[in-house]
Design a protein around this ligand. Sequence first.
Ligand SMILES: Cc1ncc(COP(=O)(O)O)c(C=O)c1O
Length: 385
Amino acid sequence: MGFRIYLSPPYLCGKEREYVNQAIDSNWVAPYGPALGAFEKEMARYVHIESALAVSSGTAGIHLALRWLGVEAGDYVFCQDLTFIGSLGGVMYEKAVPVFIDSEPGSWNMSPAALERALKWAKAQGKLPKAVIIVDLYGESADWDRLLPICRKYGVPVVEDAAEAVGTCYKGKKCGTFGDIGIFSFNGNKIITTSGGGMVLANNQLTIEKMRFWATQAREPEVWYEHKEYGYNYRMSNICAAIGLGQLEILPEKLRLRKQIHQRYKELLSGLPVRIKGVAEKGSSNYWLNLLILDTDAVTPLDVVTKLQNAEIESRPTWKPMHMQPLFEKAVYVTDENVYENGCLTAPDSVSEAIFARTLCLPSGEALTEEQLQIIANEIIACFE
Ligand SMILES: Cc1ncc(COP(=O)(O)O)c(C=O)c1O
């Protein structure tokens, strides 16, 4: 991958190659095979959940979850405003209607006050959402103790988008297990990668088996190809699962290294009008990406991104909020204080917008050396000179 410093490149230092070789040597180069079953079992064991299904992406996982929850065209699905578009792919595939909920300033995840306001608004219309998709953004847990009771009060099921939060715990319980259904992503930039892939988690074997059926083209158990429902080609391959198995074994080491990098950034950038985002009270993080907060108007995220880019260092502004996206300019957006029923590309009381205006993601891969961290820090320091 050259000399460029990437944001979050794959880091393989365990038995990934050995397990892939085993898969090839045994000719299990298919969307079935022993590594696939083992990866699902090991992941379920790791997060302490009954059942897991390996799929082709986190986006596919959320789509399956929404199908299980009966989301159909025209239904509301509440989504986090500050997230990656993959969070709501399934909403769009089903032609459901996303309603965007603002973030809270601590964890940057869904604001309980905005969620409650949105549920009251939906109830008044006699049309509660079919699901709420809550994200553990940048690997930091959402405030589950506050969010889940609100969803329960209105009887609305929760999909936990823990795409970025493999390995994170909230009060001792693993992220991915808080919603009725949880998902992980193993995209190339995630803390565990299978090159591309995802996992669906549920404390209900039947839920997982139904999703497995849909993910395998909804093939009825007949000798010929019999279909009563439509499905998808969403299964993970045995080769990808072999990589995942190796990655899962080294997850504790990955978490240790990512936390160490987080600590170093804090030290190297102290003294500037910036902060490396810490973890909200009661929350926790896998420190997937380090987030630089600019406490000044003199330097913008784009200034820093450009400076780093010129030094062959990849960085990114944080996710651009969904309510600001041209695609969703007419979508309902709910903050703690307001319901913007006809959409708005900018809202004066938006927390997610304020986050987007002042923050960016820094390279955070496990293989970063002390020398590279110092190069990155020096480029950032130079932005303020
Ligand atoms: C918050 C979030 N949700 C969903 C996804 C979708 O995952 P995937 O890329 O595996 O489809 C991603 C990442 O890519 C993500 O960061």
